[in-house]
Structure formats: C-alpha cells, structure tokens
Write a protein that binds this ligand. Structure first.
Ligand code: SAM
Ligand code: DTB
Ligand code: SF4
Length: 326
C-alpha cells in the first residue's frame, strides 16, 4: 500500500516582522498531543541528534538570605523554608565540586548565587571562580541576579560562556510572583549579557498556577527575543514548604510535556533544558520530554537547594533510552 508523503511542518524563519504572536503559540499548545509531538520531533531532528543530551551540573556558590521575594524560591529571606544563608564559597571548594562534576560526565558547570544582584567586589570574586572552572576544561555558566554596568564584560573576560537569567513567567503574571523587581529589570540584564557577547540561558517556571495562555505568552516572549536564547531552561515548579506557592494544584504532566514541545517548535536551534522538577516527574514523563525535543538536563544529585535524580539514576535512564551525553 502506498502511504501519503509525511508532511513535516517547518517553522518559517522569523524576521523582526514575523514575531510569534501569543495566540499562535497557544494554538500549538492546543494541537492534538501526537501532532504537537510529531512537529516538535521533526524540528528537533533538523538541528540535533535526537539521542544526544547535554549535561550541566549546578552548584549554589552563595545560598539563601536573598532580599527578593520570588514566590517560588526557597532562598528568599521573606519566607521561612529552613534554607540556611551562607557566604560566597571559596575557590578550592568550588573547584573540587567542578572536578567531581566533570569526572561524573558533566560538560558545563553552572554557579548560582542567591543575590538580587552582585556588587562590584562580588563580581571580582566570581570572575576568579569562573576562570578556575574554565581552566578545568568545563563550559561555564553563572546565575547571579541583576547585573550592573561592566559586570557582564568582567565575567566574559574571565571565561564565562553562558549567563542564566530567567524571565520566569508571562509578563502579565510577573507581579503575582515577584514584587521586589519588574519584568523589565530582567530584560535589562539580558541586554547587558547579550551586549557583552556572553551566551544567554533564559527560560521560566511552569506550574505556578498560570493559565495556558500565560504559558504561551512566556514561550512567545522567549521565542521573540532577537536572537532567542541559546539555552532555554523549562523548570517545573518544585514546591517548597514555606514558600507562598507551596500547596498549589500541580501542573498536569502532559501539559508540561506540551510546554517542552512548544519551546522546541518555536526555538528550533536552542538547547531546551528539562530543568527543575525531574525528581518529582518519574521516568516516563522525562522520556516524553526527550521525545518532545528536550536535549539538556541538570545532572548531579542537587539543583541549588532541592533534590535532583542522582547520577546513577540518570545514567540508568539514559542507558534505558539509548541516549548519550554530548
Ligand atoms: N538569584 C538569581 C536570580 O534569581 O536570577 C539566580 C538564582 S535563582 C535561584 C535561578 C532560577 O532558579 C530562578 O530564576 C528560577 O527560575 C529557578 N527556581 C528557583 N526556585 C525554583 C523552584 N522552587 N522551582 C523551580 N525553579 C526554581
Ligand atoms: C534554572 O533555570 N533552573 C536552575 C538554574 N537555572 C539555576 C535552578 C533551579 C532551582 C530549583 C530550586 C532549588 O534547588 O533551590
Ligand atoms: Fe533570590 Fe533568585 Fe531566589 Fe528570587 S529566585 S529569591 S532572586 S535567589
């Protein structure tokens, strides 16, 4: 029997005149699941080996006591979550952790600090950490909050490859989640990072009680950045006791998988990172995320303050799926 030729829907290249309208992104969310997955896989295979997954390890180099009031975050000083505030880690301890991450198979090391933004003297210290980690042969990433003038350049000169700064939610949801800064503050730092020639890692969190339209608006906002981020972390909210978002109705896992697929279709060449929330997700949902076009994960038994699947569990999952670290 003759089969009809398979129609692969390729997204048209976007010019500044052709932005993703949130309604068009929402229409992707509303496709029949198999159709959306097929489109996402077609786009993914055009640009990536579908069996390859990039591994980044996180380290919280300065934990807790943060003055911001992000309603999802266990490190905010506004909420009683049991996370203890620590000082910035020293070089030797950071390099030990980076060596262990490299030995376990990570290719990128991401250092996170619970700051509203670093002070000039903090940037000098983090720059030393970045150059030390870089000299181990790892890619480097940092997430330190809002950057001041010259900070991105100092980090770049120290060897920073990526800066992570998430927009976290749809613009019209932002003020429900954080009131100590504005959505535009995030865009300002992202401009500074791009301006310095550092690659951008920018995504968001889903499962914060947002509507599907707001998930679509979050993805549209990311996809319309010019250029869109090289790396797009899609975090599933990790509900932490003591934070205002603890106790919300969890997002349906299929809707999470759809979010990954829509990110893949709208940002064909980005690394789409299946980020926080894997420990709560189970293997089958993670496998669906890889089918939907996720090609990067956080690897190591801790995220910043919360748990992540351990290295053995991740190796077993990747083996089971025939996926390889790349
Ligand atoms: N303080 C800096 C900032 O906010 O940009 C850097 C560290 S902050 C912890 C980095 C990111 O972690 C946040 O933008 C958010 O996307 C993510 N995050 C924090 N708490 C989370 C949670 N409970 N569940 C999922 N993602 C979370
Ligand atoms: C990102 O998008 N997710 C990571 C990383 N970038 C810095 C952080 C997830 C944090 C989850 C909550 C915690 O462990 O504290
Ligand atoms: Fe602070 Fe970042 Fe947590 Fe917000 S997400 S409270 S800025 S550490």
């Amino acid at each position: 029997m003759q089969h009809a030729p398979v129609q692969i829907h390729r997204p048209t290249p976007r010019t500044s005149a052709e932005r993703w309208q949130p309604e068009a992104v929402q229409a992707l969310f509303e496709l029949p699941f198999n159709e959306l997955m097929f489109r996402a896989q077609a786009v993914h295979r055009e640009h990536f080996d579908p069996s390859a997954v990039q591994l980044s390890t996180l380290l919280s180099i300065k934990t807790g006591g943060c003055p911001e009031n992000c309603a999802y975050c266990p490190q905010s000083a506004h909420f009683d979550t049991g996370v203890e505030a620590t000082a910035l880690m020293g070089l030797d301890a950071v390099l030990d952790a980076a060596r262990r991450a490299k030995d376990a198979g990570a290719t990128r090391f991401c250092m996170g600090a619970a700051w509203r933004g670093p002070k000039d003297r903090d940037i000098e210290k983090v720059a030393a950490l970045v150059s030390g980690v870089k000299s181990l042969g790892l890619e480097t990433c940092a997430t330190l909050g809002m950057l001041g003038d010259g900070h991105a350049e100092t980090l770049r000169d120290a060897g920073l490859d990526y800066y992570n700064h998430n927009i976290d939610s749809a613009p019209d949801k932002y003020a429900d989640i954080i009131t100590t800064r504005q959505f535009d503050d995030r865009l300002d730092t992202l401009r500074k990072v791009r301006g310095a020639g550092v690659k951008v890692c920018c995504g968001g969190i889903v499962g914060m009680g947002e509507s599907r339209a707001q998930r679509a608006a979050l993805i549209a906002e990311l996809a319309n950045m010019e250029p869109y981020p090289e790396s797009v972390p899609i975090n599933h909210l990790v509900q932490v006791e003591g934070t205002p978002l603890h106790g919300l109705e969890p997002l349906d896992p299929i809707e999470f998988v759809r979010t990954i697929a829509v990110a893949r279709v709208t940002m064909p060449q980005a690394m789409v990172r299946l980020s926080a929330g894997r420990q709560q997700m189970g293997e089958a949902v993670q496998a669906m995320c890889f089918l939907a076009g996720a090609n990067s994960i956080f690897y190591g038994d801790k995220l910043l303050t919360t748990g992540n699947p351990d290295v053995q569990a991740d190796q077993a999952l990747l083996d089971k799926l025939g996926m390889k670290a790349a």
